[in-house]
Structures are given as C-alpha cells and as structure tokens.
Design a protein around this ligand. Structure first.
Ligand code: ADP
Length: 163
C-alpha cells in the first residue's frame, strides 16, 4: 500500500489545505494527515478540535486518515509506514523553509522523500493565520474555509483565547 503523510498545524484547516488534501489523496492509496501537537506556536484550536474539523471536511474522502503527532516528522512517517511526506508550496517565501525541512529530513532518513504540491493560484495567499485574523474581526471567511466549519472558526476567533 502506498501511503503519504501530509503534516501541518491546520489551525484551522483552510480551503488551501483541503485542495492539497484532495489532490494528494488521488496520488496515494492512503493519505495520513498528521496534526502537529506540540508546536511552539500557541494554537487557537486544541489538537482534538483541529482533528475534529479535519474529520468533518474530509468525511467524503474514504482513503484519508487523521492522526496527531509530536516529535520528529520522520519518526511519525516511520511509525505510520510511509516513505512520502507531502507539503504544499504557496510562494517563494515558503520555499526556503520547506527546502531546509525537506533536506534535513532526507539527511535524518534517506529512505523518506518529500513531495511538493503547488498551491492552486486561487489559494496562493491563504493561510490559517489570515483566516484567524479576519474571523476575529467578524470578516467574511466564506472563500477561505469550508462552510461546515465556518461557525466554529468564528466562535473561537472572536473569543480569541489560544491553547
Ligand atoms: P505548518 O505550521 O507546518 O506550516 P500549516 O497548517 O500552516 O502547517 O500548513 C501545512 C502545509 O500546508 C504546509 O506544507 C503548507 O505549506 C501547506 N499550505 C498551507 N496553506 C496552503 C495553501 N493556501 N495552499 C497550499 N498549501 C498550503
């Protein structure tokens, strides 16, 4: 079975993430979405909440599984039996960081490769932090996140508490 691991914070999942998820799920037999637990960042949504939002927006994709992880990404890939890490690339600003991450992971585990999917131009500007900011002021996020999670994002962002 060919598995891919798509890791990230997903705080919250956006239409940009979802586009990568749809496309990646067609490239592999099973796509594992890895939600990063112990990020140094403060998150708006808890790990469980981020998993729940991801489950809801991927309910129509039978070969997608959501898990959480902390520690090294390559260790997570080994644990879930995949040699392929999938990342999204938006602009050149993503490139330097992503290249460093991919090359470091390759050094740590030469048998694991990182594959990049370029963003759909429609979502090239989109990030979770932009969504959090707009939602905190009650702005329109309907073009940025799936409709079924919009209310959850507004509720959290307006309260503004981080976890
Ligand atoms: P991280 O904190 O690891 O960057 P994110 O949740 O911000 O986690 O992003 C996870 C992955 O999704 C990264 O590879 C990121 O480049 C990609 N990504 C984020 N937003 C978009 C988007 N709008 N289009 C394509 N890829 C994206």
């Amino acid at each position: 079975m060919r598995r891919g691991l798509y890791p990230g914070s997903f705080d919250p999942v956006t239409l940009g993430h979802l586009d990568i998820i749809h496309r990646a799920s067609e490239l592999v037999d099973e796509l594992i979405i890895g939600v990063l637990k112990n990020s140094t960042k403060r998150n708006l949504f808890s790990t469980e909440e981020r998993i729940d939002l991801l489950k809801r927006v991927t309910a129509d994709l039978p070969n997608v599984r959501i898990i959480s992880f902390d520690g090294l990404l390559v260790d997570c890939a080994v644990e879930y039996g995949t040699h392929t890490i999938i990342r999204g690339l938006r602009a050149v600003t993503d490139f330097e960081y992503e290249l460093q991450l991919a090359q470091t992971n390759k050094r740590l585990r030469p048998d694991i490769d990182t594959v990049f999917l370029t963003t759909n131009v429609e979502y090239a500007y989109l990030s979770s932090s932009i969504v959090r900011e707009i939602a905190s002021y009650g702005g329109d996020i309907s073009h940025f996140v799936p409709q079924c999670i919009m209310d959850d994002v507004y509720k959290k962002a307006k309260r503004g508490e981080t976890v």
